[in-house]
Design a protein around this ligand. Structure first.
Ligand SMILES: NC(=O)C1=CN([C@@H]2O[C@H](COP(=O)(O)OP(=O)(O)OC[C@H]3O[C@@H](n4cnc5c(N)ncnc54)[C@H](O)[C@@H]3O)[C@@H](O)[C@H]2O)C=CC1
Ligand SMILES: O=C(O)C1=N[C@H](C(=O)O)C[C@H](O)C1
Length: 250
């Protein structure tokens, strides 16, 4: 069996160190490079890397992806901080390297991906919906990439179904009290010692509340999704946004 030559960028971080272990333990992969801040990315080309996993920081990921795509290395990206503009930049770079694939996954947790899918399906049936994400206090960004993606999927589904804007009579607030507005969906971020990564999507209608909740209890929970991404990205040229595209859900 031929094995995939895999590198991890951000290898000393909380997620990166788990990814190093997961790749080492995968029979169909070889860990050929593990780099962190201040290391030279040339280590990846020198080692003949086929797929690189990026688990770094929103400030670092665009530069790393630029290097990967220029060198025809497929990317599996868990790093957050994605905007439409950033995604467009990656698409444009990939257009110049048509055999290269990049997966950007707001969340590698299988249950988290399913939560997003179920939230999208439920979106049109309820008058009200709010997203609450809860994370460890060392997290760099808020709201989480998962919460932003969840809210966007909900908003798209509601728009497509012709739903009215959500009811909300609140006219006086302390700034931030109603959370961030992501395409008309309120998103609230909690940072609490003891948490890892959690999300609730609350749907409400007259006399009825429907709650979707997902909990990642440790970072090992993301690794089956990371490995799935590595295995699938090599035959998916261009940009794939969201692990659901590789989960054969439809
Ligand atoms: N998609 C997903 O399922 C998940 C995504 N994340 C995201 O992954 C990213 C990393 O998260 P954590 O591991 O918790 O953070 P962390 O802070 O523990 O690790 C980040 C690592 O990246 C390194 N780094 C920073 N800049 C770098 C550069 N230019 N080149 C190489 N390495 C660099 C840091 O030195 C550090 O070791 C964050 O954006 C986080 O939101 C985290 C968990 C799950
Ligand atoms: O920083 C984290 O920890 C996580 N980041 C991702 C996000 O922002 O959605 C995924 C998961 O929630 C953990």
């Amino acid at each position: 069996m031929s094995t995939l030559r895999v590198a991890v960028i951000g290898a000393k971080g909380k997620m990166g160190s788990e990814a190093v272990k997961a790749v080492r333990n995968a029979d169909d992969m070889d860990l050929v490079a593990a780099v962190d801040r201040d290391d030279d990315l040339a280590a990846l080309t020198d080692a003949g890397t086929q797929v690189a996993i990026d688990l770094t920081h929103p400030d670092a990921v665009m530069g790393n992806l630029d290097f990967l795509v220029r060198n025809g290395i497929h990317g599996v990206v868990g790093t957050t901080g994605w905007t439409d503009e950033r995604l467009e930049t990656v698409r444009a770079r990939l257009a110049e390297s048509p055999d290269t694939g990049v997966l950007i996954a707001p969340n590698f947790g299988i249950g988290a991906v399913l939560t997003m899918r179920f939230a999208e399906q439920a979106a049109r049936f309820f008058e009200s919906v709010e997203v609450v994400e809860l994370h460890h206090p060392n997290k760099a960004d808020a709201p989480s990439g998962t919460a932003v993606r969840t809210a966007q999927l909900i908003a798209d589904a509601r728009r497509e179904a012709g739903c009215a804007p959500q009811p909300d009579a609140t006219s006086t607030t302390l700034e931030g009290a109603r959370g961030a507005d992501v395409d008309g969906v309120p998103v609230h971020a909690v940072r609490l010692r003891g948490l890892v990564a959690h999300q609730e999507v609350l749907f409400g209608d007259e006399g009825e509340i429907f709650t979707l909740r997902h909990d990642s209890m440790n970072r090992g929970s993301f690794m089956p999704g990371v490995l799935l991404g590595v295995r699938r990205v090599v035959s998916a040229p261009g940009l794939t946004y969201g692990l659901d595209a590789f989960m054969d859900l439809d």
